[in-house]
Design a protein around this ligand. Structure first.
Ligand code: P6P
Length: 334
C-alpha cells in the first residue's frame, strides 16, 4: 500500500477542504519536526545526560525533569521565528510566551504540554507531547492570557506525539483523526492509520485505582459495577489498564476503545482533578470526539467549558461513547 507523508496529507486536505491555510500547515509541520527532535532527546536516555530531576518546579509546583525543560525549549525555539504564531503557552511556563519582537507575528496560538507523563521518563515508559492550536482574535496586537481562554470547540488543530516503541504523531484538523509513524531512517512522518475510530462500547477502563477511597459517589458506583463483572449490573467482565501517561492511555483508547478517567477526588477538594484543561483535556477531547468518542468533566462536554485560567484543572472522563455517557449520567441528580 502506498503510504503518504504528513506533508502530502496536509496539502491534499488543503486542496480538498480548503481548511488548512499555508500558515497553519507550516505550524503543524514545525510542531511535527520539533516532536522528532524531542523523540531523539528522549531516546538517548541516560546516554544523553537528560534523565532525572532539573531541581526546579513548574507553575503547578511539580518537580521538573530535565527532559520537561529540554522539550519545552525545543518547542519554543522551533516555533518562535516562523511568523505563524502570535504566542505560545505551556504547562512548564507560568505566563504566556509572546513571539519576540524580532520575528513577525502570526494569527495562531499554540498551547502544549511538552512532555506529558514525565514521572515515567526515568523508568523508560512511553511519554508524549500534547498540543492544541487556537486562532488569535482578528486585529489582536499584543497577546495576553485572556486571548488563550477560548472553549475547546474553538481549536483548529489538536494532536500528540507518542514516544514509545514507535514514535507516533496523532493529529486532527477537524476532519477525522490520522496517525503517522516516524520513519527513523528517512526522518519522515508516514501515515499508518487513517480515520481512527473509538468503538462505542468497551470492556477496558483506565483509572488510578489507588485513589478509590477518595472518589465521589458517582465514580465509586460506576467502578463498583465494572468490578462486579458478569455477576453485576453490567453482566460482563472488564479489564483495567493505567500507564500513568495520558498520551499512552489515550492512544490505546483511540486504537482499541476504552474509557479513561481522572476524576476530582477528596485528596484536594479545591482541586477539580489533576489534568489541565487547555493543553491536556481540550486537545484530547477534540481528538476523541473526532474519532467518534465522548469527553466530559462528569457534568458537561469538555469542549464546551469556558476557561477562566490558563492552567486550570478539570475532571476528565473520555473514550468509548456509551461508557462516558453512562458514568456522566451517574453524576446527574435524579
Ligand atoms: P497519577 C502524568 O503526570 C499525568 O499528568 C498524566 O499523563 C497521567 O494520566 C496522570 O498524570 C497520572 O497521574 O496520579 O496516576 O500519577
Amino acid at each position: 500500500m502506498k503510504r503518504i507523508s504528513l506533508t502530502q496529507y496536509l496539502i491534499e486536505e488543503q486542496r480538498l477542504h480548503n481548511k488548512i491555510p499555508a500558515e497553519l500547515r507550516l505550524l503543524i509541520e514545525v510542531v511535527a519536526r520539533a516532536c522528532k527532535t524531542i523523540s531523539h532527546a528522549v531516546g538517548k536516555g541516560a546516554l544523553g545526560e537528560v534523565l532525572g530531576s532539573a531541581h526546579s518546579e513548574n507553575v503547578q509546583g511539580e518537580v521538573q525533569k530535565k527532559l520537561d525543560i529540554i522539550s519545552n525549549d525545543i518547542l519554543l525555539e522551533a516555533n518562535e521565528w516562523g511568523g505563524h504564531l502570535a504566542a505560545m503557552a505551556s504547562e512548564e511556563m507560568e505566563t504566556i510566551h509572546p513571539i519576540p519582537n524580532r520575528y513577525p507575528m502570526g494569527e495562531y496560538l499554540l498551547l502544549f504540554d511538552p512532555l506529558d507523563g514525565s514521572s515515567n521518563i526515568d523508568v523508560n515508559v512511553s511519554i508524549g507531547t500534547i498540543f492544541s492550536v487556537l486562532k488569535a482574535a482578528d486585529g489582536m496586537q499584543a497577546p495576553t492570557e485572556a486571548d488563550f481562554l477560548q472553549p475547546g470547540t474553538r481549536q483548529v488543530v489538536a494532536g500528540y506525539a507518542l514516544y514509545g516503541p514507535q514514535t507516533l504523531l496523532v493529529l486532527t484538523t477537524g476532519d477525522g483523526v490520522q496517525c503517522f509513524t516516524l520513519d527513523r531512517e528517512m526522518g519522515a512522518w508516514v501515515m499508518t492509520h487513517k480515520n481512527m475510530e473509538i468503538p462505542a462500547d468497551t470492556q477496558e477502563y483506565a483509572i488510578n485505582a489507588s485513589n478509590a477511597r477518595h472518589w465521589q459517589a458517582p465514580v465509586k458506583r460506576y467502578i463498583d459495577e465494572l468490578l462486579a463483572g458478569t455477576t453485576g449490573p453490567r453482566s460482563k467482565d472488564f479489564n483495567m489498564r493505567w500507564i500513568a501517561s495520558m498520551v499512552t492511555d489515550v492512544h490505546r483508547i483511540l486504537t482499541r476503545g476504552g474509557i479513561f478517567m481522572y476524576p476530582a477526588d477528596a485528596r484536594e477538594p479545591d482541586k477539580p482533578g489533576k489534568l489541565r484543561l487547555m493543553y491536556e483535556a481540550n486537545p484530547m477531547a477534540f481528538l476523541v470526539e473526532q474519532a467518534g468518542g465522548a469527553a466530559t468533566d462528569g457534568q458537561q462536554r469538555i469542549l464546551d467549558i469556558q476557561p477562566e485560567k490558563l492552567h486550570q484543572r478539570v475532571p476528565v472522563f473520555l473514550g468509548s461513547k456509551n461508557e462516558v455517557e453512562l458514568v456522566t449520567s451517574y453524576h446527574k441528580p435524579k
